[in-house]
Design a protein around this ligand. Structure first.
Ligand SMILES: [Zn+2]
Length: 279
């Protein structure tokens, strides 16, 4: 009996351990189940919105792309907007009006349909349209009427290729230094003469006044300022506008814009940069 009792006691305590073990296992299992449940739930919460967001992102990306395409279509080669945005976001370091480190573009810039070439909007080195026939015809008409008024006008320089401007500019730099050359001669790619729409005009028989401010004081120079717009030309670099145009006063440099626009710019009494809002 003693053994049985002992046995019974041993048996009892064994049962007790078993129940405790079962209890621990159940609690552990429950804990694991609860943990797993919350873990799963939590993952769903973070996982679920993710695909929605990426879809939204994709959508907005697509919308942006569509907008870009639309604006590209509207602008048709007009790179001004993107250029301006780039310019505003970056710190522009300028050197004699040029933006330091700016590469030449692959496409020319048109603002409101007007081809622009200045120190901020250069031309591709490959842009070589030659002299504009329309501008040449307009000049000849102007020269004919000037002859009647008593002046023999000469266009002593019009279209200049990128390569020619390169040679010309570097000759000026060698002669006068870069700072001086930058005031009256464009670096290659930046010359309006590369558009085929710029004409340097002087008077026959007064060659000594070609490329001088004094030409603007002559009767021929004054006649041009008053009448050039009727033929589609404007005095491109007027006195006191160096800050805007990037060039000192050039009494001889005229730009062909067509009669309509030239008349408007003349009427507004502003530079082309101011008229187009690309100062
Ligand atoms: Zn010129």
């Amino acid at each position: 009996m003693k053994r049985t009792t002992t046995y019974g006691y041993k048996n009892d305590s064994k049962k007790k351990y078993i129940w405790i073990s079962v209890g621990v296992v159940v609690i552990l299992a429950a804990a694991i189940a609860v943990f797993y449940y919350f873990y799963q739930n939590n993952e769903n919460k973070t996982a679920q919105p993710a695909p929605t967001e990426s879809v939204e992102e994709q959508n907005s990306e697509q919308e942006e792309k569509t907008e870009e395409n639309e604006s590209n279509l509207m602008d048709e080669g007009n790179t001004t907007d993107s250029n301006e945005e780039q310019g505003e976001s970056e710190q522009q370091i300028t050197n004699n009006g040029y933006i330091e480190g700016q590469p030449l573009p692959t496409e020319p810039t048109f603002v409101e349909g007007v081809l622009i070439a200045n120190k901020k909007y250069p031309l591709p080195s490959t842009f070589a349209p030659g002299e504009s026939e329309e501008a040449r015809n307009a000049f000849e008409q102007m020269a004919t009427d000037a002859r009647i008024a008593g002046f023999e006008l000469v266009a002593f320089s019009s279209y200049r290729s990128f390569e020619y401007q390169d040679t010309l500019y570097h000759n000026y730099v060698n002669r006068d230094g870069q700072d001086n050359a930058d005031r009256y001669s464009a670096r290659p790619g930046y010359s309006e003469h590369q558009t085929g729409l710029a004409f340097d005009i002087g008077e026959k028989g007064k060659e000594d006044l070609w490329l001088t401010e004094e030409f603007g004081e002559t009767e021929a120079g004054k006649w041009l300022v008053e009448n050039a717009h009727k033929y589609g030309f404007i005095l491109r670099y007027p006195q006191g506008k160096e800050e805007i145009t990037g060039y000192m006063y050039e009494s001889w440099h005229f730009r062909y814009l067509g009669v309509d626009l030239a008349g408007k710019v003349k009427q507004a009494n502003v530079t082309l940069e101011e008229y187009l809002g690309v100062e």
